[in-house]
Design a protein around this ligand. Structure first.
Ligand code: LLP
Length: 415
């Protein structure tokens, strides 16, 4: 069942309309607590970058990762400041444009370097800048090939072959090397994540340079289906802690251990709520059509991701449904003018079904576990405005992003 009280969701949709994103702060705080053993928890904000969520993270002592000028600006608006704490914001990328170079210099933001060209650019513009090296360890793993960020098919990171060269450039220019970072993929599993920590020890030895920190990257899995097992965060920490100790022995001093989750902190804390506008059947499927599409929640269309869907019956609604059965297998789709706009599909685009009980036009559908890479991956496709975001804190809800308007969209073109 959804973590939210159905009556609260109904109230929220009455006040803010549908589709709407809803987040539960208690779940986010609980996920943060599960990683407290790490010296630094750095939120990969691309998973859910609303500044109110970032503020919550900051209040909890969580640091932040930014991957664009926009994400840096969001971090600053949320109150992160590297002048107060030099670890607050790190910029991670494989390239850096001119605007972003200025921002990282102005705000003393360490840069996590993913390519030799990016390294040269930073070195030439600001020779003593603080940097991390993001290494591609030669293997990776994610919930989809599209989220695997290691190995020969990945555009990310500095390869092991280039690592000695990168270290030489860092030393030549006098860049301030903070640490070595690795991110093997998103939605990985315990086995692959633990494989990465042994490789980290070898990489530090290969780099043959002094560092102050290592980062595990993100990739910590969240649970989407009943079969998914919770990550054993204690064992995960212990394995990385052992790797850290080996590195400390090798370098002869203390090393900080960072973890950089996105999904793990927010996925299970958020839902997308939409309204059913249409029920129709074809020879193969009973379709439910809702007012949210892949412009809102892209993951099913992009990766074949599963989000458990539930019906919330609207008490006032009594219109007859075309399909009379109580419990049916439905394909759930959106309003977009594109046949791939289906929330129930596998990674090959084959339409699947979910069992929904007594769904009627006017009822709400809740797409669970959509807090990570939900709102943050939304687009304006078909000129549909971005949906509002609402947060629930200690039983009270409040709007944290207004619904975008069509005039907002058109304003950019009023030339
Ligand atoms: N660090 C780096 C350098 C990353 O590239 C990412 C994710 C993370 C941390 C956080 O990964 P997480 O802990 O969330 O797995 N849109 C996809 C996920 C793409 C992730 C991209 N990078 C999805 O919806 O599954």
């Amino acid at each position: 069942m959804t973590i939210f009280n159905p009556n609260t969701l109904i109230e929220i949709t009455q006040q803010f309309g549908t589709p709407v994103w809803v987040y539960d702060t208690a779940t986010i705080r609980q996920q943060i607590r599960r990683l407290r053993e790490f010296d630094v928890i750095r939120f990969a904000q691309k998973a859910c970058s609303n500044t109110h969520i970032l503020r919550l993270m900051r209040e909890e002592g969580v640091m932040v990762d930014a991957v664009s000028a926009g994400e840096i600006e969001r971090s600053l608006v949320a109150g992160y400041s590297n002048s107060d704490n030099p670890e607050s914001i790190v910029f991670t990328a494989d390239l850096i444009d001119r605007e972003t170079i200025e921002l990282v210099i102005q705000h003393h933001i360490p840069v996590n370097i993913g390519s030799m060209d990016m390294l040269y650019r930073i070195a030439e513009v600001n020779p003593h800048h603080p940097v991390w090296i993001r290494v591609n360890p030669g293997f990776g793993h994610g919930h989809s090939e599209k989220t695997n960020t290691g190995g020969p098919n990945s555009k990310h990171g500095i390869s092991l072959e280039d690592l000695p060269h990168a270290v030489a450039v860092i030393q030549q220019y006098g860049l301030d090397l903070i640490g070595i970072h690795m991110h093997i993929g998103s939605g990985s599993d315990f086995a692959h994540l633990s494989q990465a920590c042994q490789v980290m020890v070898e990489i530090v030895k290969l780099a043959n340079v002094d560092i102050r920190a290592i980062s595990t990257g993100g990739g910590l899995p969240a649970t989407y289906t009943e079969k998914d097992v919770e990550l054993d965060t204690n064992s995960f920490f212990r394995l990385w802690d052992e790797a850290r100790k080996e590195i400390e022995n090798h370098l002869g001093h203390v090393i900080k251990l960072e973890v950089e989750p996105g999904r793990f902190l927010v996925a299970n804390a958020g839902v997308l709520v939409a309204e059913i506008h249409c029920l129709k059947s074809t020879q193969h499927h009973n379709f439910i059509l809702v007012d949210a599409g892949f412009n809102d929640l892209l993951r099913p269309s992009m990766y074949g991701s599963y989000h458990k869907i539930e019906v919330v019956h609207q008490a006032t609604h009594q219109k007859p449904a075309i399909i009379q059965s109580n419990e049916l297998e439905y394909a759930v789709a959106g309003p977009l003018c594109e046949s791939g706009d289906v929330f129930t599909q596998d990674a090959n685009g084959v339409i699947c079904h979910q069992i929904l009980v007594n769904a009627k036009v006017g009822d709400l559908l809740v797409f669970n576990d959509a807090g990570a890479y939900g709102a943050s991956m939304s687009s304006n496709y078909n000129s549909r405005p971005l949906a509002p975001e609402v947060i629930i804190e200690e039983g009270k809800y409040r709007l944290i992003r207004k619904r975008q308007t069509i005039s907002n969209l058109l304003a950019l073109e009023a030339l």
